[in-house]
Write a protein that binds this ligand. Structure first.
Ligand SMILES: [Zn+2]
Length: 449
């Protein structure tokens, strides 16, 4: 008896990223509704399942969609922004540029348009989940709803976080916290929804210990994840030593903030003794290598963290929309800096982009690998190389030569969102134009246009 399913992807090189690292050279995946119902050799799947919609993945790779564990979609409006300011340190970067000219200018319509553009491009490049950290403190409440609308229209799985801080006032910090609570209440009791809320704060230098404790309590109360930035620059390390007499992760530990539901982005200047703390509390890390490099804050000690057994995932910080580029940058940079070709083998880097990404956002039971029962977040990639692929070179070729433009299909929650580099759910040209108009509005408010 052949069972009818909704979608069959067959004849592909299936890279499951599951615990056993199963690979099927001529493999297939069967999808029913939003779930994977079978992963096996094509011959076995064809005996058991049929579908109206069949994707022939001959010569292509079938793998789990990429998870971006840290993004700021609104960052798209800041690229090349003509603000002439003198910046002496990382704090200036925020206080003289990022906050006044970008985040303080954002209105809901801008948040919506920029998010929609960024996730449309990201989907084309093989991403199926984005953890986005938004800060638009002058247009609360409802910012996350505006952003969520964009995610739902594109069909992107989203973890949406409002970055609460007290940099403007304590009251504004409370509004930010409430924004997250509202979004959590709206979405987190719906296990099949594309959206999920988390608690989120900025940093130890922009949030008081009292605020951090309150956020931790609320995260525990609502059984939610917490996003924050830690140690992106030495400014934060020096600030923490001066004000709290200890390093940032020691401070966070001592106020009871740390736990397995904490996702710390950046961790560039994390010391060896703090890496032990991350391990002890099972804190997850998001590594955003490209922005760390471009603003010159350093290279996170990722190989040490991984050796310690810490979950390290990958983010793009909202700037670099081709995650294959991010994957490759991570793969090559640590080797070069450490003068050691053996660090971060290709399979590990691909795990960081998929199953470890899922773990970092608390969704490892639902996404991150191709396994029966998981949600159908799948990409089909055509590396288009003049070499035969085999079980020894497959991971290396994906991380070394993969590019966003090689992605033929992006399937999110069982739905085909991208086919042959075309996003099926939105009018791409309109989305780009609306993001451009949002950027013009923001730059005009700043007097740049
Ligand atoms: Zn960030």
């Amino acid at each position: 008896m052949v069972e009818k399913v909704d979608l069959l992807i067959k004849n592909g090189y299936v890279v499951t990223m599951d615990k056993e690292g199963r690979l099927f050279k001529n493999g297939a995946v069967a999808v029913s509704g939003n779930r994977i119902v079978a992963v096996d050799k094509t011959s076995s799947i064809e005996q058991k399942y049929s579908a109206e919609r069949v994707i022939d993945a001959t010569g292509k790779i079938v793998m789990p969609g990429i998870v971006v564990s840290h993004c700021h979609t609104h960052g798209q409006a800041s690229m090349g922004m003509p603000a002439e300011v003198e910046m002496e340190n990382f704090y200036d970067e925020l206080a003289k540029w990022w906050w006044p000219f970008l985040e303080d200018q954002l209105k809901k319509e801008d948040v919506y348009a920029l998010a929609k553009y960024a996730i449309t491009e990201i989907a084309k490049n093989g991403v199926t989940t984005v953890d986005d950290v938004m800060e638009a403190p002058k247009d609360l409440p409802g910012v996350l709803d505006a952003e969520g609308k964009a995610f739902l229209e594109v069909g992107m799985r989203g973890i949406l976080a409002f970055e609460a801080t007290e940099r403007i006032s304590k009251e504004n910090g409370k509004l930010g916290i409430q924004e997250n609570v509202n979004f959590i209440k709206k979405w987190n009791d719906k296990p099949d929804a594309l959206l999920r809320g988390v608690m989120c704060v900025h940093t130890v230098f922009s949030c008081s210990p009292e605020m951090l404790k309150e956020v931790k309590e609320l995260a525990d109360k609502y059984n939610a994840w917490i996003n924050l930035h830690v140690e992106e620059s030495m400014y934060e390390v020096e600030y923490s030593k001066k004000h709290f007499g200890k390093l940032p992760f020691e401070h966070l530990r001592d106020i009871g903030f740390l736990g397995p539901n904490v996702l710390a982005a950046q961790c560039v200047n994390t010391s060896d003794k703090e890496i032990k703390i991350l391990k002890e509390y099972d804190v997850k890390v998001s590594h955003n290598i490209q922005t760390n490099m471009v603003i010159g804050v350093g290279l996170a000690p990722v190989p040490k963290m991984i050796d310690e057994g810490i979950t390290v995932s990958l983010g793009n910080d909202g700037f670099y929309l081709d995650m294959f580029e991010t994957i490759r940058t991570v793969y090559i940079t640590h080797k070069g800096v450490l003068k050691d070709q053996s660090v971060l083998p290709p399979k590990k880097v691909l795990e960081m982009a998929t199953i470890d990404g899922a773990r970092a956002v608390g969704l490892e039971n639902d996404i991150g690998s191709l396994e029966v029962g998981k949600k159908a977040d799948i990409i089909v990639v055509d590396l288009n190389e003049p070499v035969p692929l085999n079980n020894s070179n497959i991971y290396g070729n994906i991380v070394s030569f993969g590019m966003g433009k090689n992605v033929k299909y992006t399937i999110i929650d069982g739905k085909i969102v991208v086919e042959n580099q075309k996003v099926l759910t939105v009018d791409e040209e309109k989305v780009r134009k609306e993001a451009y108009d949002a950027t013009v509005r923001i730059w005009t408010r700043n007097g740049f246009l």
